[in-house]
Structures are given as C-alpha cells and as structure tokens.
Design a protein around this ligand. Structure first.
Ligand SMILES: Cc1cc2nc3c(=O)[nH]c(=O)nc-3n(C[C@H](O)[C@H](O)[C@H](O)COP(=O)(O)O)c2cc1C
Ligand code: SF4
Length: 592
C-alpha cells in the first residue's frame, strides 16, 4: 500500500487540490480509505490528517469502513420510485443475500441507496463501483447477481449492462446544427475577442445552471479583474434530481462544450480550465479525456492554440457524491480538495474563485450555447425567446409521459405545449426545476418556460393523477435533509426537523398544529439558510401545500379526527396562536 500511495500522490503532483482524485483511487482499490492511507496521504500532501478525514466524511462515495468489492448503489430519485424502485431493491437484496446499507459477510458485495444518479429518463437506475446501470429489471438483476456471485471483473461484464441512451427528442438552436471541433474558437479568433464578447452580450445569453446570471457580464467582470491568473470552470455536477441534459451534452456535444470553455478562456485571459464532472458520470470520464487528447493533437488545446500565442488546458476533476458541490463556491472548494462548503459571497468567484483567483463558473449548457453564439452571432440566438429570456432551453423530461428524454424548446413555450410534445396526459402537476424549483398544478399549464415565469435549470418531472403530492414532497424533503452540507444551523437542523415533521404527517400522526408548524419551519429555513440549498429546501412542501392543502389536510382528517371535526377552525386557531407565541422565538433564532 505504501508504494501504491506514494506513486498515486506523485502522479497527482503532490497537489492538495487533487485530494479528491487521490481518495477516489484509494477508495476504488481498497473499497474504503484505510487508516494507513490517510496518514500517508496527509504526510505526502503536507496537510493535516484531520483535513483528509473531514473530506472522507463529507463525500458520500468515500468510506472509512470497507464497502463490498462490488458496491451497488440504487438511485433514490422520485422517478425511480415511480418506476418500481422499492420492489426492485428488495429483489436485488434477496438475490445478493444482503440488506440495504450492509456488506455481505464474505465482503464481496454491498448495496445501498444514493441520491439521483441522473438517469431519470431510463430508470430504475443505479451504480456498480461508480458505473451507471439503467433500466433495472428482474432479468438484469439476475444477470448482475450472477456476475457478482461469480466475482467476474467489471471489465468483463457485457457492455449492454452499462448502456446509457441519449434520447434526444427535440432539437433547436443548440442541438440541431452540425458542429466541427474548433468551429467556435476559429470564429472567435477570426472575429476578435472583444467583438465575440459583444456578440454574446447581444445574444442575451443567461446562465443555464438555474440562477440565470447574464453570461457576457460574468465574463466581462472576470476579465476586468486586476489579477492575471484566471480560471474557467465548467459545472457538470448536475445533481438536481430530474436533471440529465448535461450528461447528454457531454456525451454527444462535448466538443461544442469544450469550445465554449476555450473561447471563454481566450476572452477572459485564462490558461487553465476544469470540467467538474459529477462522480455519478464516471462512465463518461475516459471518453471525455480522449476527446481532450484529440483536441490537443488538433491544436485546439495546449500551447499555441491554432498557431496563436493563446495557451489553454482543460483538466477533468471528478466529484464524489455531494449535491451541494453544484453550488459554484462549494464546487470551487471541492476543486481545491476541500469539503464542499459554500463560501460567503461576496466576493464572487469572478473576483475570488479557484485558489483565490478570478474564475468564471458556468453550466455545461451555457458553454455549449456560447459556442453556438460565437459561430452564428448574437442575433441568431436572441431571435428566439422572450424579452428577458433569449434563445432556447434544454429540458430533461421524465416521469409520467410517453417519451422521456431531452427536449430543446424556445423560451416562452407554454408548459401545455411541452406536455403535448412529450406525450403527457391526465396530469396532476409538474415539478419544474427539480426539488429546489416549483411544483405547478394542472391549473397552471398556460404558464411559460422563462426566467420571467418558470425558471429552471432543466429538470421537468411530470406526475399524473395516480400520484400523491405527499409522496413527492416526502421524497424531495428527505433528499434535502440528506444533502445538507451541515455548515449552518437553520439548514442542518431545519431540514432534519422538516423531514421529521413531514414524516409525522405522512405517517398519519399529524395534527392541525403540526401542519402550521411545518409551514412555519419551512419559512424559517428559507429565510435564514446560508446558501441556495437551504433557501430552497422547503420548496417541495411550500409549493405543494399552497396548491394541494386538501391533500395534506385529508391526511390529518382521516387519521386524527372524528367526523364533524372543524379542521379549518382548528388550523386557523393554531396558526394565530403559533404566530403570536413564537414571534419572539423566531426573531431570536434568526438573529434579526
Ligand atoms: C445547491 C445548489 C446546487 C447547484 N447545482 C448546480 C449544478 O449542478 N449545475 C450548475 O450548473 N449549477 C448549479 N448550481 C448553480 C451554480 O451555483 C451556479 O449558479 C452556476 O453553475 C453558474 O453557471 P451559469 O451562470 O452558467 O448558470 C447550483 C446551485 C445551488 C445553490
Ligand atoms: S444552507 Fe445547507 S447546504 Fe447551504 S451552507 Fe447551510 S447547511 Fe450547507
């Protein structure tokens, strides 16, 4: 082990920033991070061993105790449940002779749950030793169990077990055009850097990761910073349940994404870029690395790009199972080899990002779109969309519809049109923007895809009338409690209380006062949390409670009360009492 770790750390140039990459390799070789490895890694990287331990404890793909030689993780997304996940999990456990969360006695296999693996259009999904498994059914599980029991090395498993489809159903500006590697950079260099930035400005392109910040403005701010060492980061963490469009972009449009990163680097004056790839997309890693190598051979990366003085390199860094690392400042912490704890902002990454240097962080789709704008010009893009939302948006559509997959729609398209296109009927509602977004009911299908109306990073989960909103809120609330990074109290304690409170109601033990308490707690977490995760963690409860109060109240009525009980009156009394009694406590907790 000593020699192995010595070589591994040397391969990683003794850089503490590569701690996650080092730990990933150790975890994969020993199925955990042994004590000796912790000591040695800390010594070789010249960092405290407590830092190594805190990183191991933070990321869900690292363990201090051995997992099975085959580690099976089953995706916990609501869409997996809708596709029969629970029964399949039971079947899998039966076939393997192991319970969830445990390692089989012989140490060969372990099985557990994991947050959404980004395969909602082809679930029930999972991972084996980090590699994606899709469309799990009894037949596939029988095959996998056989391979595991025979201890067949993963390299010898049939390719079809790891097949991931792209399922692109609708193409527009970004997905429809033909694209040759380097097209975007060539056009940028020919037109001029500031002229290309002006085209991006003209296009009105706003970030596709969710917040919708103006892309040209972000690049301009970064380029105007005093420090000349700058970085470009492509955010491919894609952890929002129900989102998988970045996976498809990276599989089928990688050159367009890398071109976008490269032309951004030319414009802002960066020489180094990172693709932060979520650990769940490990299967894409080697393919993407090969594309980067080809780009270097073609003169599109490295020194003297296309014969100019422009130098740029892209390195792929893998995450290790933490949704919070999609938040840009947490992502930067993770890139630096730390726990993914969101930083205080300001300063924003454009002035103080990776290693304290000016850094542009953009979503995968934002880079793909900017490459398109660089080629075709700003007007090409801004000709579609609405006043404040130009161009198109790529959606990951899953749930109750005939054709789940990837769709590119012009901004301004109505939700009804989107539902018609993907073959959805008898709709109860749609979760737009993933658990952190909004649940809309069938009464709101005239609303539009736009930053002015329904903004989304791309997740679009459809539920038909056979579904129950409490199941949805329950799944999403558990997700947030699991993914809270634990840094600030309102979110760490609040998401856990929210989960307990909702469970109580979900299990039929809730009173009217509990429902009021649930809403009150939701508002408190929203207002007082440090980052976007906590600020949106109560959205599943608040947006479903607002639209379907009867579904919550019915649960209280049926279980807790005699016929004739005046629930509305009780709710109002409880609401008034809690508002009056707890105003002081609320203020002292929030520090207002
Ligand atoms: C909890 C949380 C998770 C996030 N996850 C992602 C993600 O997976 N991908 C992404 O591009 N942006 C994500 N974001 C938004 C990023 O912080 C950031 O706004 C984005 O990467 C900027 O790129 P854009 O301007 O191109 O959208 C997340 C934000 C929060 C608060
Ligand atoms: S809001 Fe949640 S995820 Fe964000 S810093 Fe606080 S504990 Fe961490």
């Amino acid at each position: 082990m000593k020699r192995f770790i010595q070589e591994l750390v040397e391969e990683n140039e003794n850089q503490p920033a590569r701690l996650l990459q080092i730990l990933r390799v150790i975890q994969s070789r020993y199925q955990h991070i042994p004590e000796q490895a912790i000591e040695q890694t800390a010594e070789l990287l010249n960092i405290p061993r407590t830092r190594v331990i805190s990183v191991i404890e933070f990321y869900s793909f690292f363990h201090m105790q051995p997992r099975g030689r085959y580690e099976i993780l089953i995706s916990d997304s609501i869409t997996d449940y809708m596709l029969g996940k629970q029964a399949l999990m039971d079947y899998f456990c039966g076939r393997l002779g192991v319970r969830p969360g445990e390692v089989r006695e012989d140490g060969v296999v372990s099985i557990d749950n994991t947050s959404c693996t980004g395969m909602c259009d082809q679930g029930p999904a999972g991972l084996v030793n980090g590699y994606a498994l899709t469309r799990l059914d009894h037949q596939k599980i029988d095959r996998i169990a056989g391979l595991i029991n025979r201890q067949e090395p993963l390299e010898k498993w049939p390719d079809e077990l790891f097949h991931v489809e792209d399922r692109i159903h609708k193409k527009d500006l970004i997905l429809a055009g033909s694209y040759e590697p380097g097209d975007g950079i060539k056009k940028t260099l020919a037109r001029g850097l500031s002229e290309t930035l002006s085209e991006i400005e003209l296009s009105g392109l706003r970030g596709r990761g969710g917040a919708g910040f103006n892309t040209a403005m972000k690049w301009r701010f970064c380029s105007e910073e005093q420090q000349t060492e700058r970085y470009v980061v492509c955010n491919a963490d894609e952890g929002e349940p129900g989102t998988f469009k970045d996976r498809v972009l990276l599989n089928a449009y990688a050159d367009q994404v890398f071109d976008g990163m490269t032309l951004c680097a030319a414009i802002i004056g960066a020489q180094k870029g990172f693709l932060y790839l979520r650990g769940e997309y490990l299967y894409l890693h080697d393919k993407l690395q090969k594309i980067l190598d080809q780009r270097r051979q073609k003169g599109l990366l490295g020194d003297r790009i296309l014969g100019t003085d422009f130098i740029f390199e892209i390195e792929i860094r893998l995450g290790a199972g933490a949704y919070i690392c999609g938040e840009e400042s947490a992502l930067i912490e993770s890139l630096e080899g730390n726990r993914g704890i969101p930083r205080n902002r300001p300063p924003y990454p454009v002035s103080c990002g990776y290693l304290g240097k000016p850094t542009v962080v953009n979503n995968v789709e934002t880079f793909a779109a900017s490459a398109g704008v660089a080629i075709h010009g700003g007007e090409w893009f801004s000709s579609l969309g609405t006043a404040k939302s130009k161009g198109t948006k790529i959606l990951s559509i899953s749930g109750d519809c005939e054709r789940p997959g990837i769709y590119e729609f012009a901004f301004g398209t109505s939700i009804r049109e989107i539902l018609d296109d993907c073959g959805a009927s008898d709709v109860l509602g749609v979760q737009v923007g993933g658990p952190s977004g909004t649940f809309i009911s069938d009464q709101e299908l005239g609303r539009r895809l736009a930053f002015e109306d329904l903004a989304t990073g791309g997740s679009f989960i459809i539920f038909n009338n056979s579904r129950n909103v409490l199941d949805i809120a329950h799944n999403f609330t558990h997700f947030f409690a699991h993914e809270s990074c634990g840094f600030c109290t309102p979110c760490r304690v609040g998401t856990s209380l929210l989960k307990k409170q909702l469970d109580k109601i979900y299990d039929g033990h809730g009173s009217a006062g509990d429902l009021v308490e649930l809403e009150k707690l939701s508002q408190l977490i929203k207002k007082t949390s440090h980052c976007g995760l906590g600020q949106t963690a109560a959205n599943p409860i608040l947006t479903t409670l607002e639209r379907f109060p009867d579904q919550y109240e019915r649960l209280l009525k049926e279980i807790s009360y005699e016929p004739g009980f005046d629930l509305d009156g009780e709710l109002e009394t409880a609401r008034q009492l809690t508002l009056r009694n707890d105003a002081g406590a609320h203020l002292s907790q929030t520090g207002e």
